[in-house]
Design a protein around this ligand. Structure first.
Ligand code: PBG
Length: 335
């Protein structure tokens, strides 16, 4: 009975033709990953050795010598930009976070050393008080627990100028205080740093995906959470409002953070703004892929590259990722 049956599909449109072999697939490919898009986040400390970070296998707190070695290795892998995150000793953490603008602080010293050794490496710095605050918050904390906006901005501008003075090429405020982009732009310009860019953490969410990062820096809030300044993960329209404000205040690039769980927000900002869009594949995203790989449950290399490609496809032309070096090596080896 069945032997004589045949079905002839009248089907002029066959999308599979554009997937039939590797050459045609390459013709049809809309997005590709390149180390040119990567910013490589590095943790630094004042210790004498590099220390592994438990919840981020493959990442370390780097001592000054190891930092230079890592920067050199990153350049060799084709990474052209790094962002620094300092682990501050408890003795240096205060309520007013003044270590943030110490011209001899860890970040400032590291910037000078990096600039001197690798003038071609684009140096990005994080502006926020959490690594320096005895309260573990990005802003100043009042006696009743409120996070003080304008008072905080007045400290952030000193931090930004001090980083620019030490050689930062791009200042990235991650604190989420209102008005900080405009204030930082004005302070940088007044200090003569008109060429220093601002990469604003525009849509930074109050996310559980930052857990491993806070372990790395021992920077978790001592009390409360960050929900009065970081965005509600339920919202995307609010990201448009933040983007409009940051643009008006003079931001050069806008960031969405985290990245993978917020692809819709990346796409939205890509559509509403002409500025380059960055996305931060954060510590928790990295840790989950690593863990899945180490357990043998997923193919780390393929999952990591797919996650990064998806971030790019969503509209990010800049990706901050702890996978930067590995991904660059994998890409060079053919993906
Ligand atoms: C702090 C800051 C955080 C991250 C970057 N800058 C943590 C936070 O806001 O609590 C997180 C990065 C990551 O998880 O990889 N201002």
């Amino acid at each position: 009975m069945l032997a004589g049956m045949s079905y002839r599909l009248d089907q002029p449109q066959r999308p599979r033709r554009n997937r039939k072999n590797a050459v045609v697939r390459a013709f049809s490919r809309e997005t590709s990953l390149s180390p040119d898009s990567f910013i490589y986040p590095l943790f630094i400390h004042r210790g004498r050795d590099k220390e592994p970070i438990g919840s981020m296998p493959g990442c370390f707190r780097l001592d000054p010598e190891s930092l230079l070695r890592e920067a050199e290795a990153a350049l060799e892998d084709g990474i052209r930009s790094i962002v620094l995150f300092p682990k501050t000793e408890d003795e240096l953490k205060t309520k007013d976070g003044h270590e943030a603008y110490n011209s001899e602080g860890l970040v400032q010293l590291s910037l000078r050393a990096l600039k001197k050794r690798f003038p071609e490496l684009l140096l990005v710095t994080d502006v926020a008080l959490d690594p320096y605050s005895s309260d573990g918050h990005d802003g100043l904390v009042a006696a009743d627990g409120r996070i003080l906006n304008d008072e905080t901005v007045n400290v952030l501008i000193k931090q930004a100028v001090s980083q620019a003075e030490a050689g930062a090429d791009v200042i990235a405020p991650s604190d989420m205080m209102d008005g900080r982009v405009g204030a930082i732009r004005e302070a940088l310009d007044d200090a003569g740093h008109t060429d220093v860019s601002i990469l604003s953490y525009t849509a930074k969410y109050a996310s559980a995906f930052y857990g491993p990062f806070r372990d790395a820096l021992d920077s978790a809030p001592k009390s409360g959470d960050k929900k009065t300044y970081q965005m509600d993960p339920a919202n995307w329209r609010e990201a448009i409002r933040e983007a409009e404000l940051d643009e008006a205040e003079g931001a050069d690039m806008l960031m969405v953070k985290p990245a993978g769980p917020y692809l819709d927000v990346i796409r939205t900002l890509r559509e509403v703004s002409e500025l380059p869009i960055a996305a931060y594949q954060v510590s928790g995203e990295y840790a989950m892929i690593k863990a899945g790989g180490q357990l043998g449950w997923v193919d780390e290399r393929r999952v990591a590259l797919e996650a990064l490609l998806a971030i790019k496809r969503a509209g990010a032309s800049i990706i901050l990722t702890y996978y930067a070096r590995q991904a660059a090596q994998w890409i060079r080896a053919g993906g």
